[in-house]
Structures are given as structure tokens and as C-alpha cells.
Design a binder for this molecule. Sequence first.
Ligand code: ARG
Length: 571
Amino acid sequence: MNYEQALATQLASHTGLPLEEISQAIETPQDPKLGDLAFPCFRLAKAMKKAPPIIAHEIAASLTNAALPWIDEVRATGPYVNVMISRSDFAANVLAAVLEAGPRYGASTVGDGQKVLVEYSSPNIAKHFHVGHLGSTMIGKTLDNTYRFLGYDVTSINYLGDWGTQFGKLITAYLKWGSKEEIEKTEIDGLVKLYVKFHEEADNDASLNDEARAWVVRMQEGNEEGFALWRWFIDLSLREYERLYKRLRVSFDETTGESRYSDKMDAVVNALTGKGLLQESEGAQIVDLEAHGMPPCLILRSDGGTLYPTRDIAAASDRYETYKFTKCLYVTGNEQSLNFAQWMKVVELMGHEWAKGLVHVPYGMLLFEEGKLSTRRGQVIKVDDLLNEAVAKAKAIIEEKNPGLANKDAVAEVVGIGALVFGKLYTSRMKDTMFSWDRMLSFDGETGPYVQYAHARCCSVLAKAGLGADADLATGLDATHLADNEAFTVMRLLYDYPDRIKEAAEKYEPFLIARHMVALAQAYNAFYHQHIILVENAPEVRQARLALTAAVRDVLKGGLELLNIGAPESM
Ligand code: ARG
């Protein structure tokens, strides 16, 4: 049931204005006391040759309960027509929709037939997965889930940083100082140590740099020994990444990397030359972007070496050829915004119509209160350590609050990691996020655990009533028992939820979903504290309140799922 639409249809037939225009004009009053829906009459004044308040009066008089049975009251307030929706009608409609869909309430088919690629995570081989990649992974995964939920045909891509001159250095260092056994055991730690040692030694011995460069050239010529080592470095790195992805509940349709495009540079260069876009500058090949207010985009280095944006141009063409995407999203830290703006502009200048579907989705930094450490610049915080700490802290809280809980470790894993993920997703993505364990893990703040706890509360109320996840609470539901303010606030949030999901996808903003989850959890808790749910001797009231509880449980679970966070049934 779409109330705005129904009201708009009625007003269109009354005023003769186009339906579209009326739909857009209908709003939700800031002050809920004024009404649930409002229609401003200003725009009718000219056509009807009357003052807006007079028009508002006439319309109000015409909007009767006979015309729209769900109307409770209509008032003309100045130039506005304010409509109060019958609360029981509203509750009946909303609950019917939610209980039928379950946790998939809000899913839609708007994306049918449209291909969307979401590229995210994309860590750099032989380096630790760092907190910046965690941000990309969490935001990307939510967009991935959300677009799928809306019916888009999504392919998720992990685009590894697996190419570049650093591999020449690493191979050189490994052959000089490395041991297979040691590296097998220490994985990325060992590789990072070798890389650091290379730089220390190269400060005194410049010939090392020549050797590294020689390896880069050999690799370009397909040298088997070099490739075997390089593939091994990738395997070792993926071992760490895979462990994290498992804990973060992430998997990709496609894991690829920059190396895949290392030999596609000629095609890019030829295409750019053909369009007259390429220029020489100090020996390098560039595309001048001065007319577009940006520094030039570097395409080829003076030594013929390939570059990050050039690989991206090749990758984007390949993705378009393969998938004919409507949109291709790239989720990375906002320090890469200029780089993306540049190469995307180059693709546009090449005359590719599909360039309009390329979207960079940048995000702000994760900062830590302890030591005010900016992880993109300073020291690298290992994500594994971060997850372990979150889980340990969650476990301590659970021990204190609910020592008798079954599966404490499993719940702590979901709550701890959920707290971290939610903490990042709760602010609009361009804002830097200041992490604080206390704030993030609080069971009564605007946090992941708070939302999970509300979900667990719903589950426990339903369990007490002897109802499982598939109990039928819709049949025979009498929603007149849900006309109180607290229930209405819950209904309003349930009703608005599908629009919030769409908005989150359109704006690439997971925080819109996260905030809605907190608001719903708060509204449910207010309801729970104000009303006894398992009332005795009033089975209809009891059923209505349980139905509301089941609907909240489903939507909290569905919303947490979109954010890629688990929802334990007790905690
Ligand atoms: N590997 C890069 C990094 O860690 C991110 C890759 C982003 N994606 C892209 N198509 N350039 O910074």
C-alpha cells in the first residue's frame, strides 16, 4: 500500500493537475502532530485563481473517508492540506507487507535486467590488508548486497594490486636473503620484512635497484622463475585475505588484479593516439586535462613502464565488453579521488558512451582515538588484530551481562565484528570515522550491538510466546490494537524502510540503512517498555503486539544482513 500514491491519485482527479506533479509535491510534515501527509496548495493558486488557504479548505472538504477509507482526519492548515492516516489501517497494511516478505521486506525488482559491477576491497599483494581496505570491504559489500536486494544483476570484483615495480624488488630480496620455509610460515609478515630490508640495503648499494629493475624487465618478457615467485607471493597473500574475508563474511564473484591488464597497454595507447588525445611530456605520454581543471593523466612512463590509471582504463573497457554494465562502482579511499576523476575523464574523452556508468565511491579515513593514529599514513594496524580485539572486548561484555549464554564465543565473534562494521557504516561515507571501542561496543548507544540486542529481544519475546520464525501472526490480526503512539512510530519506520534502501543505493550511502536500523531498534524498545506484549486474557492484543515484534525482528535481521552483520537470536 502506497499512501502517497493513493492520495496523489485522489488529488489529481479532484484538481486536474498531473499525477506526477502532485506526487512530487506531497510531503511528510516536520511536526507529526500536524499530520502524516501534507499537500501544499501554492502551485494551484494560479490555475484556480484562488488563494492557497481557500483551495486547501476546498480540498480538505472533498477528501472524505468515503473517497479514501484509510483517512482518519483531514485539516486545512493555512495553505496546506494535512492528512492523518488511520493508525489501525496503516498498521494492518504495513504488517501484512512485512510479515509476508519476512527479512526480504524492502527487496524489489527495480534493478531487473540491469548489470552492476561493484569493485571493492582490492588489497595489495605482499602487503597486509589494512584498515583502509577494511573500509572499502564494508562499504562495498553493503552496496553489493543492496543492489542485489533491489533486483540488479551484480558481479562483485576484488581487484588485487598485484603488479608494479615492487615485485622486482621483492624477487631480488627473496633470492638474496629469503628462505622458502620461513616465508611459508610467516606469509605477508615475512614478505614485508624482505621488502623493508631491500630498501635498507639499497640505500648503501645502488646495484640492488638495477637488479630489481632487471627483474621487472624479465617479468615483462615472461620469465618463468620470476612468475613462479610472483604467483607464490599472491598465494601467500591470499591466505591472509581469505582468513579475513571469512570472518567478515565476504566472498567475490571475481578475484582479478592489475596484472591482468599489464599487457593491454598498447591497446590503450593506440586508442588514445587514434583519438589524438595523447601528448608527449618530458618523455612520458600523457592526456592533457587542463580544460577539465585537472592535472594531466599519466598514461606511459618515460621508460615505457605501465601505470595504475592506464591499467584502470584497460580494465574498464574489458569490463564493459564483458558485462555491458549499467554501472561500475569503485570503492576506494578518498585520497584516490583525483586519480579516478582523471582516468574516468579520459575514458569519456575517448568517446565511450558507457563512461557515464563509471562511479567512484570514495570514503573517509578510519581514525583511532588511542594515539590518534591515522592508518593510511602512519603505522599499519593489522586488521586481524583489530578484529581479535573487537571480539575479545565483546566477549568480556557478554561474560558480564549474560554469563549463562550458550555459544558465547560464536556470539562474541558476531557482536565484536558487527560492532566494528556498524561503527564504520554509521557515518556518511566521506566523513572520517573516529573509532572508540567504548562507543562502538556500547549496548545502549547508536551501535551495532544495540541493534543486534533489539533483534535478540524480539526473538526472545517470540520464543517466550512459543512462536518460531515461521509462526503465522498475520491471519486474524486485529490492528486496531496497534493505534498507540509507540506502535505508530514503529509502523512509520517499517513503512519508510524500502525507500531508505533505494536511497542508500542511489547515493551509495550505507549509513542511511544503519541509521534506520538504530531508529527502528529505538522505536521498538520504546514500545516494549510502554506496553506489555505477552498480555494475559486479551489474545487479540497479544497477537497484534507479537505481530509487530515479529515484523521488527525480520526487518532488523534483513537490515543487518544488508550491512553484512550477523543477527544472533540471543546475546
Ligand atoms: N589496490 C588499490 C589500493 O590498495 C585499490 C584498487 C582500487 N581499484 C582500482 N580499480 N584502481 O589502493
